[in-house]
Design a protein around this ligand. Structure first.
Ligand SMILES: C[S@@+](CC[C@H](N)C(=O)[O-])C[C@H]1O[C@@H](n2cnc3c(N)ncnc32)[C@H](O)[C@@H]1O
Length: 282
């Protein structure tokens, strides 16, 4: 089922509208709608009707790790050689203090359907320890999933090879598709991604495949390069997403447009899966 009128009305109703100040996009792919808007996560969620989303899958840009760990030159996220205007950061980060996070989760809880809503939130190890426990105050945490990136990243105290995903429900006991799915997911990180921190689509495909039925509405308030939008389309779901960055909206909108026209992903040409491993995400 396509998105309802109230949801579509939040976006500019003309298809492919794009002006200098606004970046709002609506695409239709056979039976589903994909909407992407430039906005702050909280004001975006506030604008959505109550109980209007079936699944939230999201990968926020937390500021904690960068600010507080003070590794190396005090930054572990960003382009070290080119500090740029904002201390070399790749993009604006979500201010991950408790108050802000409560506000964010309150809005997630409000828009997520009570009877069926599932939520997946990604965390680095630093933010998991500070913000992870707050998720429990809003949702029924069912599991902590580990994403094994297969290849090593950077690290000052042990090289980083994994991130976490909290899986929770909005107070319901709706099951996932198959109870034999594992809670360690092995997908190779995207090497030399066009958008910094672009995640493998397989990560979001797994979340959506496990938790969605065709026609469900998936929401990602930190859409970045649009990996979650591609995963939603592959699963026959509607998609509502936002990002504070105009660049992210341009990149993700072009990626979605290209995918709808060609059925190929212009930002992830190769699968991130590990050869020989059992496919459980599609
Ligand atoms: C880790 S990236 C998401 C990457 C994405 N999962 C992908 O695969 O491309 C986080 C995104 O959050 C965006 N962001 C930061 N602060 C935000 C805010 N307050 N509201 C919405 N988006 C925000 C950043 O611009 C960035 O694109």
């Amino acid at each position: 089922m396509p998105l309802i009128k109230e949801q579509l009305a939040l976006f500019q109703s003309d298809q492919f509208l794009d002006t200098e100040s606004k970046h709002d996009w609506i695409f239709r792919d056979s039976k589903t709608d994909i909407c992407i808007k430039q906005d702050d996560c909280i004001s975006f969620l506030e604008s959505l009707p109550v109980n209007s989303v079936d699944i939230i899958v999201t990968d926020p840009a937390y500021s904690g790790m960068n600010r507080k760990l003070k590794l190396g030159h005090g930054r572990i996220v960003g382009n070290y050689s080119n500090k740029g205007s904002d201390n070399g950061r790749w993009f604006k980060e979500f201010e991950d203090n408790e108050k802000n996070y409560h506000e964010f989760l309150t809005q997630c809880q409000r828009v997520l359907r009570k009877e069926t809503g599932h939520i997946y939130i990604m965390f680095d190890s630093f933010s998991l320890l500070t913000l992870g426990p707050i998720v429990r105050q809003h949702f029924d945490v069912k599991n902590l999933i580990t994403w094994d990136k297969v290849n090593f990243g950077m690290g000052h105290y042990y090289r980083r090879r994994h991130e976490y995903i909290i899986f929770a429900t909005n107070g319901n006991n709706r099951k996932i598709r198959n109870r034999s799915f594992p809670d360690v997911w092995r997908f190779k990180r995207i090497y030399r991604a066009k958008y910094a921190t672009q995640k493998p689509t397989e990560l979001f495909q797994t979340m959506i495949y496990a938790s969605a039925e065709e026609g469900f509405t998936v929401c990602d308030p930190f859409v970045g390069s649009g990996s979650s939008a591609i995963a939603a389309i592959k699963n026959g779901c509607n998609f509502l997403g936002c990002d504070v960055s105009a660049e992210a909206i341009d990149i993700s909108a072009n990626r979605v447009k290209h995918f709808i026209a060609t059925r190929t992903d212009c930002l992830q040409k190769k699968p991130a899966s590990v050869a020989g491993e059992k496919v459980f995400w599609e």
